[in-house]
Write a protein that binds this ligand. Structure first.
Ligand code: NAD
Length: 311
């Protein structure tokens, strides 16, 4: 076994995929309070000798010996973070502070799952790492957006003050198997609706764009970045830069499933980003960026997961 790796949020969607990949060669300690994560996601690991699950809230301190920390614990979908806004902000501030201190104690690398949401409703496209963003600090999305911005600030202040070994990943929309069917993300919502022939709800006119990355491709990029020996001086955008409108993706999902669902439109959400596309020049300069799954294939695989697990 190569390393002892601590993953927070390891029972969630991305955390589960990260645990699976890292368990191939490492010992993994998964920390999660199961707020949005699910025991079902990690069932296949629980008897592995190199896997430990600890039910714990990262807002509270904890000590483990480890060689690398992937800090992924945070509610991530609007319905969850808006239901628990104060907890979301504190998880990102206190949880990140606790994990940075743990990284210092272990003299190990700390990798933060930040988000494209730190760009808010961007005034430029594609979004490059040196863009400061356009975030409403008191709006309904602020608990998450500002929470992640504060988490990034903490990481870079720990680097400046304490020489912490940090890597900050700005993850763009990712989808795939093991998303929870009811956590309100656009692709899972549309797939669930199309499979039950119920209307697909689009907030606004559907011209808003997103760039979706299939989960295996995202995890591949994250693993490659985690292996880079040098400390990276800026955050890094991670995702896929194939941009598509919400209406277009709704139509594709309806067609793929031969669904009788219709598209309906409701009022736009407050502060919802109108465009979202990563500038991936920095990522491509650092790793051999090689996304293998195009949108249609990824949607087919994700739909199969939803059919097998939720019908
Ligand atoms: P998720 O909700 O499936 O997973 C988050 C996990 O964190 C859950 O298992 C949850 O129980 C756990 N958690 C939440 N608060 C906690 C706390 N206080 N203590 C311990 N555990 C806690 O979401 P995800 O999509 O897997 O996101 C994982 C990380 O990646 C998050 O930090 C999110 O902000 C970031 N991210 C995800 C995406 C995406 O498209 N999935 C995009 C950008 C950033």
């Amino acid at each position: 076994m190569n390393k002892r790796i601590l993953i927070t949020g390891g029972a969630g969607f991305l955390g589960r995929h990260l645990c699976k990949k890292l368990l191939e060669n490492n010992k993994v300690i998964c920390i999660d309070n199961l707020l949005t994560g699910r025991k079902k996601n990690i069932k296949e690991f629980t008897n592995l000798p190199n896997y430990t699950f600890v039910k714990h809230d990262v807002k509270n301190k904890i000590t483990f010996k480890c060689d690398q920390i992937f800090h992924f614990a945070s509610p991530a979908s609007p319905i969850h973070y808006q239901k628990n806004p104060i907890d979301t902000l504190l998880t990102n501030v206190l949880g990140t502070h606790n994990m940075l201190n743990l990284a210092l104690k272990n003299d190990c690398e700390f990798i933060l799952a930040s988000t494209s949401e730190i760009y808010g409703d961007p005034n430029i496209s594609p979004q490059k790492e040196d863009y400061y963003g356009n975030v409403n600090p008191i709006g309904p999305r602020a608990c998450y957006d500002e929470g992640k911005r504060a988490a990034e600030t903490l990481a870079f202040d720990f680097k400046r003050k304490h020489n912490a070994k940090i890597k900050v990943l700005r993850i763009f929309n990712t989808y795939g198997p093991y998303m929870a069917k009811d956590d309100g993300r656009v692709i899972s919502n549309f797939i669930v609706n199309s499979l039950s022939n119920t209307d697909l709800n689009i907030y606004g006119d559907g011209k808003n764009t997103r760039s979706f990355c299939y989960v295996d491709d995202l995890i591949d990029s994250i693993i490659k970045i985690s292996k880079i020996k040098k400390i990276l001086p800026t955050p890094i955008n991670v995702g896929n830069d194939y941009e598509i409108s919400i209406k277009e993706i709704a139509k594709i999902i309806i067609d793929l499933n031969n669904s009788k669902s219709k598209i309906k439109h409701t009022k736009s959400l407050i502060n919802e980003p109108k465009i979202r596309k990563p500038d991936l020049k920095l990522l491509k300069s650092l790793i051999n960026f090689n996304p293998k799954t195009n949108l249609v294939d990824g949607l087919i695989k994700t739909t199969r997961y939803f059919k097998d697990n939720y019908n």
